[in-house]
Design a protein around this ligand. Sequence first.
Ligand SMILES: Nc1ncnc2c1ncn2[C@@H]1O[C@H](COP(=O)(O)OP(=O)(O)OP(=O)(O)O)[C@@H](O)[C@H]1O
Length: 705
Amino acid sequence: MSTFSDRKNHEMQGKVSKMDPDSDTATPGKGYVTENLGIWSVMFLDDGYRGQFHKVFGDIPKSIPAFSHLIRQVFSLYPTLFLMFCATQLWMSCQGAINLHFSSRLLEAIELTLKNNGADPWAVTLPIIGRLLVAVLTGYISWTNERLISRMRRRLICYFELELLKVKLNHSLAESDAPESQINVSANQAWKSFQEIIEFFGGIFDALSQLSLIIHLSRQSGPLFALSCLSKTIYWAFTRRCIWDTPFVALETDKHQTRMTALVALAKDKKDVISYDLKDYIVREYTKASKLIGDASDEHPWILYRQFKTPWNNMALEALLPLPLFYCAFLALRNPSAATLSSIAILQESATSITRTVDFLLGGMEDFRTNLKHLREFNNAVERLAHREALRDHQALLGGRGDSSIEKRRGMEFELRNVAFNYPGAQTNTKALNDVSLTIKSGQFVVLVGANGSGKSTLVKLLAQMYNNDDPSTGFSLSENLEGEILIDSRPASSFSEASLRQAIAVFSQDNGLFAGFSLAENIGLGYNPLIGNHNATMEAARMSGADTAINRMKDGFNTILNPMLNLTSFNVDIENESNALTKFMKNLQRAADVSGGERQRIAAARTFMSFKSGKIRFLAVDEPNSALDAEAEATLLQNLVNEREGKTIVLVTHHFGKLVQNADLIVCMKEGRIVQLGRHEELMRSDGEYKKLYGIQASAFENP
Ligand SMILES: Nc1ncnc2c1ncn2[C@@H]1O[C@H](COP(=O)(O)OP(=O)(O)OP(=O)(O)O)[C@@H](O)[C@H]1O
């Protein structure tokens, strides 16, 4: 006996095989099946029947906790709004059945009036009034519904966004890097899922109310009539071929099509066509390929997928369409006194209406499943965060990691013992850091040098505690990535509270950019946010980093917003036409103030100077802040940073072996993730090692030939 999926596959256009499109790598049972459709090879997950019914129904129970949690949350936040929203949705779902009820009463009354040749005014008037009231109420509720949805949308998107923001802000750097901890659902998606799930349930309610009306109208024969109404839909649900019901990958594998595409692309390259005289060749080859490709269709795979191989399905679908009418005819023949024209007409209308609703539900099954998944994902992320916070509080109560803070007044002391580190998700065999042991004394000015990729930035990130070791409060384990010990002030780094570390450490690197949508003053002030708005402190920080000149040149000075977050939508505006008023308006809006790359870096550096104003910074890590700075600006900026060294330990990563390097208390020379040399400039220059080599290369690069 053939299974349902066998039948389905049998009817598919094209052949189905458990093979790769590329037969060289074809392996049966790889977890996906390949179907050739026109010029495409389409790969589907090999999980049997693709109709998704069982998956949807399997997903509902496991989504109930997430959905009910969300409903409770929304209800507690906006009780009135939520109840009104539910009530309007409910009305919109059942008004179809109520309308049909009044219509049926009215038609019956009309038929009776015609039959008896006399009118019962109330029998006709009451359903008219009822129908009118429903129409007016529906109009009003649909108007209210639009507004309610807008308000719910605004509020819920803010709620979702805030929750997701909290989750993301609580991620450590390691988690932000790790693909497995990424949250794939956005606030907009969460809202859309929430709304669509409610709509889907509304659809189910709608279908049920119509079904009960049909059963009520056709009395004993109701269930059979209902079945005849739904026959086409049910048949369609089980035989339809919709590519969107399942994950798929479509790959254009027809080599003739690929050749034709390449020839068209080549023809665009006019210079090559002329210089190699390719005109005739292109036409000849294109003609050849187009003959070889034959009738293989290049329509989208979703169009090709839904076509049946034989006409039987289309014929059956068309034949099932008038089934309710045939059924009514059969009823009339069997029991002429029970069937009235009005009941037949209303049953016919109900049939159309319920078919539409069930079609909507069946068509939306996969979306419904995706929506449930989004809400589950959102809920899981929020629950994980709550769990972490509870753990953190618990730890603070136990007096664990939470109670230690960095000793004030002196720079941090570091000791690294056999530290090895690999980035989460790194695809390399070699570690970013390997067997690194290093002691940095309090108040030292340390310089890290080494070739690209030698591990300098990684070492700085570990010193700056951007990748913490196992931390039960974060729930994310780095133990597989980090080996060895990192001591701060002779105690394990993990014994310090996260907050005290963050307050004591400042990091300045070339990655420090400007925050879009914030004024320059705020961009600087964010270095120490209690002083945001303090003009003197902001000015001073800007002066120290050399950003003041560029800022003072701006029309709006410190109030300038360099990257305003414009959300501009235009339609059919002729942007080529400069005299068009809308074009002018848009161009004006987009003509944002800008500064040079070096000036940007100075403004970002001002943020670091601002952070010193907290008086709590004990460790400053500076990682090549000079990519866009001219030599003089770089020297001044670094010198100003070093001038702030009182009470701080400073680690600088640089490729420039200038005066600062020569005056460093300690130079750490790195190669391939390891420390290869340690010492002061003079010592290192005396030995014939990596440092001297790097120094020599840089010196010779600037020598005159
Ligand atoms: N986020 C990351 N994920 C995976 N691997 C990384 C990541 N960042 C750096 N690496 C790898 O770690 C190694 C050390 O990189 P690191 O950035 O520390 O070197 P660097 O000495 O600072 O180099 P450069 O002088 O080019 O800045 C390199 O092999 C690099 O490819």
